[in-house]
Design a protein around this ligand. Structure first.
Ligand SMILES: [Zn+2]
Length: 277
């Protein structure tokens, strides 16, 4: 089966934030929120194949015979994903009450994409469907690349060949050496540059600060990050963009303070609100 394969990848947390359990638990929550926004923005055209730590792997089935206009709406979909991400990031930032590194660095998180068109096989494993095939490996290998800007989409030749003219004008070629697959020519578009020329690639609306929304946001984050904070679940496990997580932050039964001690030190009252906001 032919398909368009797209990976949306979130990065931007600095490595030094790994030292505290609370940072990691909140980073986990924030990245999950942003991934949720991406999945919502992708529906119904881009289907989620898998959540992969701090990335979401999407696909869209294509006709068996390549059609001239099969990717006609592709750039619009990517713009929609990016807008969904930016809007949620702005919401998280404007509602922020916590001062941990995980929360204060949320506003600088970046989104990049890699895209490819190829053949896939759907493999059923119990109740999950996995995508398989060399093109699935190919699109994942694109994540390790030499693109010199932080926010971009990197495309293989088959995607670039069908790109709309205005987007193609902004594309620049790169040559990537993909592990096990050899050298390929790819093309990338810098989102920051694109957003300067096209309003559809940025977010123009702003959020009115609301005290109630901030408190509600804080409660939601506290409750949802609790299993990660006490070590029942592992924070930021499988995040590609955060380096190795400090082993002392492994689940409580394996290392670190006991769950009760961790619970006792968990902040149970919201931080004071600045009356000006
Ligand atoms: Zn925090």
């Amino acid at each position: 089966m032919r398909a368009l394969l797209v990976i949306a990848d979130i990065g931007g947390y600095t490595r030094f934030m790994r030292v505290h359990r609370i940072n990691l638990a909140h980073a986990q929550y924030i990245v999950a929120q942003l991934l949720e926004a991406l999945i919502d923005a992708g529906e119904p055209h881009l289907q989620l194949a898998k959540l992969e730590g701090d990335a979401a792997f999407f696909y869209a089935k294509l006709p068996d015979r390549p059609k001239e206009d099969e990717l006609a709406s592709f750039s619009g979909r990517v713009a929609q994903l990016r807008r969904g991400f930016l809007a949620r990031r702005m919401e998280i930032e404007s509602n922020r009450m916590c001062t941990c590194d995980g929360c204060t660095q949320a506003g600088q998180l970046k989104l990049k994409f890699v895209a490819h068109v190829g053949e896939i096989a759907l493999q059923k494993i119990k109740r999950y469907t996995e995508l398989a095939g060399v093109d699935v490996i190919f699109v994942h290998r694109l994540l390790k690349n030499t693109v010199p800007v932080p926010e971009y989409i990197l495309m293989s030749e088959p995607v670039y060949a069908h790109l709309e003219a205005d987007l193609r004008e902004h594309a620049r070629p790169t040559h990537e050496e993909l592990e096990g697959l050899g050298a390929v020519t790819t093309h990338y578009v810098d989102f920051v540059e694109l957003a300067r020329d096209f309003a559809a690639w940025g977010v123009t609306e702003s959020l009115v600060p609301s005290r109630l929304r901030r408190i509600w946001g804080w409660i939601k984050m506290t409750v949802r990050s609790l299993p990660y904070f006490v070590g029942i679940r592992r924070s930021c496990d499988g995040f590609r963009n955060m380096g190795n997580v400090d082993p002392s932050l492994a689940p409580a039964e394996l290392a670190g303070p006991s769950s009760t001690a961790a619970l006792a030190s968990f902040q149970t009252t919201p931080p004071p609100i600045d009356p000006k906001s």
